[in-house]
Design a binder for this molecule. Structure first.
Ligand SMILES: [Zn+2]
Length: 168
C-alpha cells in the first residue's frame, strides 16, 4: 500500500474523460487501496482515479460510517437538494466553493470484484458521489460552483458579513 501524488487544478489531465474499467485484477485492487490511503492521509471524503493520474472510471467516496469503491458508475436517479455549507477537492487544496447537489442519488456500479451493485446514497455521501462522478467526465466542482473562495477563512468572512446584512 502506498500513497500517490494528487494532480492539481491546472493539470490538463483532470479535464480528460476516464475510460471504463474492463479488467478486475490485483492491479485494480492495489490502485483502490492506494487511493483509500491517499484520501485518508489528505483527510478527504473522496478521490477519483484521474486525480492520481489513472484515467479509469473508478473512485472512492467516504463518510464517517463507510468507504465505498465505485467502478463504472451510472446515476439512475437523483432527487432533492443537499443544503451544503461548502465543498472542497484534494486537487484544489485550501479552496472551497458552494455547489448545488442532490440529496439523494440512486446509482448502479461495479465493486472491485466486478459485481454490479445498486445503491442509494443520501446526504453528504450523495454529494461526494456526484463530485467524484464529475471527475470521471473531466468536470471540476469549480465549474458548477455558485461561489468560490480561496480559503475556508474567506468563506467564513463571507458568512459573517452575510449574517450582518440579514440582521439589518
Ligand atoms: Zn475532487
Amino acid at each position: 500500500m502506498a500513497t500517490r501524488r494528487i494532480l492539481l487544478e491546472d493539470d490538463p489531465m483532470l479535464r480528460k474523460i476516464s475510460k471504463p474499467v474492463t479488467i478486475f485484477d490485483s492491479n485494480l485492487k492495489e490502485l483502490i487501496k492506494d487511493m483509500i490511503s491517499t484520501m485518508r492521509k489528505e483527510d478527504g471524503a473522496g478521490l477519483a482515479g484521474i486525480q492520481v493520474g489513472v484515467l479509469k472510471r473508478v473512485f472512492i467516496v467516504a463518510d464517517k460510517n463507510e468507504t465505498v469503491a465505485v467502478i463504472n458508475p451510472e446515476i439512475i436517479k437523483q432527487s432533492g437538494h443537499y443544503k451544503s455549507q461548502v465543498e472542497g477537492c484534494l486537487s484544489l487544496p485550501g479552496k472551497v466553493g458552494l455547489v448545488d447537489r442532490p440529496n439523494e442519488v440512486v446509482a448502479k456500479f461495479q465493486n472491485e470484484n466486478g459485481e454490479w451493485v445498486e445503491r442509494t446514497f443520501v446526504g453528504f455521501i450523495a454529494k461526494a458521489f456526484c463530485h467524484e462522478f464529475d471527475h470521471l467526465n473531466g468536470i471540476l466542482y469549480k465549474d458548477r460552483a455558485t461561489m468560490m473562495f480561496d480559503s475556508y477563512e474567506d468563506y467564513d468572512k463571507y458568512l459573517k458579513s452575510k449574517k450582518k446584512k440579514e440582521q439589518k
